[in-house]
Design a binder for this molecule. Sequence first.
Ligand SMILES: [Ca+2]
Ligand SMILES: [Ca+2]
Length: 386
Amino acid sequence: MGMIGCASGKKGAVATEPIGIQLRRLDDQSQWRRYDVLLSFESESDRVFVDCGPNTGKRDTQIAHAGHGSLAIPAGAQSIDIKLSSLLRGRKFPGDWTLVGAYVYTEQPLTLHTSYLAGEKSLGRRDIPIPARQWTAVFIDLTKLDPNLPMGMMQIHTDGSAAIYLDDVMLVDNRQVLVDTTSADSQLEGWKIVRRGFAIDGDAPGRFRFALDTPESASNGWVVQQVNALRALFTSEDKSKTLCIYPDGRAFWDGVYRPMGSMEQLGQTIAQQHENPAEVQVLDESGKLNRSTPGDANHDGYNECRGAYQLKSTGSRMQIRLTPHTASVVLPVLEIAGLPAGKVQVTIEGRLVDQWVRMEDGEVLVVIPARIQRTTLIDIRVKGED
Ligand SMILES: [Ca+2]
Ligand SMILES: [Ca+2]
């Protein structure tokens, strides 16, 4: 098979770099906390840990994900078994590792089916489309693995239509705490959101929990857009889908209010103010209501997808007047663009509010901790440096 010429551009990387750096460069794996390459196929001996049936794999030195070698598995192989129990003998598994997998390369597009096999149990089955001539990550989520199961193997099934190159069999710990305010001693309702394996888990202790699949484990999985002490915003692969969650349990699914937990106290009030948002007036030309944010279906300045009023400041101070259109407005959320850097001070009728965060894009998010029943003045100003 004369595939080598075509693939020359896809060879690993500059040979003098350590493999770890090559891996980081080849894939944007900034979320990984740590990883351990078990098989790099830089030596012949790595081959023995991979069983691909009667047509045994050969070490290839033309195509590599990192370093100089990979394992070339000829067309016709149906199953590629990576013998983790031998590889990891004597080690704790899965321990803190959240993913196990490898990188694969093929000359023709195909779909691989992966799973983890332990005794009679098969777990974490995934179908992974592999594009032609592109090293692709093939990983399995270990976070739901029963630690009492005997150690098994990772199995990759293929229809055998094309040769497959395998490199960098590895363990990964991708656990990432996105926010944890559960121990904060402020008046905020704390929560903790963690990404681990192919899931995002949220916990607002005593109030609600949620679990979201990431795109690796579900075609409509969720991607983190923004997570902070006051809000979490996710989008789905399908760009039109959004999910916005507040630590008090408010949640907006594509702009539809569907709270987490019971929300007995405020649920009905929030549902009403979501349907019929308050009127927001900006005073003294200190800024304006932004009626054109993505997710504001009717361009009234209240963004249904984020459950927040959208404002744009022209200077370091902004005054707004909020008038409920319902019996009361509870915990209104303001999102303010255009404020200069520095510490933000928010007051409502002269009373100081400390529920604000500066987001990555510089916008300021404020949750007004009040029930508003009449026209109310809110003052936002930036005071000096943070
Ligand atoms: Ca290699
Ligand atoms: Ca709107």
